[in-house]
Design a protein around this ligand. Structure first.
Ligand SMILES: [Mg+2]
Length: 242
């Protein structure tokens, strides 16, 4: 880290900024089940893990669990994705008890956004369209001009690389790896930071238990974003508290 130097802060979406109340998972599953006319979908895909995975990775795992051949999957891919985005928009309009912006997120983003030393971006396993649809439902797109998505690359480590490159281009400014911070709720977020020599800030607000995050050895492990001064210090080392 370089205290006082501008930091590029790359935020994960699901489990870090928001909880969709399962809308993402349900929309993807419905689109998939419809495209391939599959029954007993839930039982057959119960072992597929979603947290921290990229959308292409999840789709490939679903196809494998259901025995959908690759060529058939590729032939249906565009229709499936269009139905997924539509379904996501619809489901996110519905009320759900666990559909929410996570505690402290909006005050944190509002505190970071005007700071000359803080630049915000996205780093997510969502495709750009699904990311924007999800953030729109919570009015959070306004904080994030650009980001890395699984429509850029299917591998999260490469998404991290793309995120930095796209933000540098957008901002007209370079960031040393030590000045790029990845903020996420799973060990996959920590891993993609490590692979690029970025800093990793893990937050145990998602599905991954704290012990599993600890084992991934992030630079900082937060319980959430509610303690604003502590979070600002973790994200912007060397800066004064808000
Ligand atoms: Mg996440």
């Amino acid at each position: 880290m370089n205290p006082g130097r501008p930091q590029l802060l790359l935020f994960d979406i699901d489990g870090t900024l928001i909880e969709t109340g399962g809308a993402g998972k349900r929309a993807l599953e419905r689109a998939f089940a419809d495209a391939f006319e599959i029954g007993d979908f839930e039982q057959r895909t119960a072992a597929v893990e979603y947290a921290g995975r990229t959308d292409p990775g999840i789709l490939a795992a679903l196809a494998q669990a259901l025995g959908v051949p690759r060529d058939r999957f590729e032939a249906e891919r565009e229709t499936l994705l269009a139905n997924y985005f539509d379904g996501l928009r619809t489901l996110l309009r519905e009320d759900h008890p666990s559909k929410r912006t996570l505690p402290g997120v909006v005050p944190l983003l509002e505190a970071l956004a005007p700071r000359p030393g803080a630049h915000l971006g996205l780093l997510t396993g969502n495709m750009e369209q699904s990311a924007r649809i999800k953030l729109d439902a919570f009015d959070l797109n306004r904080f994030f001009p650009e980001g890395g998505f699984s429509s850029d690359h299917a591998d999260r480590r490469e998404i991290a690389r793309a995120a930095r490159q796209k933000l540098e281009q957008h901002l007209g400014q370079r960031f040393a790896p030590a000045d790029v911070v990845v903020i996420g709720d799973t060990e996959h977020d920590v891993d993609c930071a490590r692979a690029n020599s970025f800093r990793a800030v893990a937050v145990s607000t998602g599905w991954v238990p704290r012990e599993r995050l600890e084992a991934a050895q992030p630079d900082v492990l937060l319980d959430g974003f509610e303690d604003l001064p502590a979070v600002m210090t973790a994200l912007l080392p060397g800066s004064t508290a808000p």
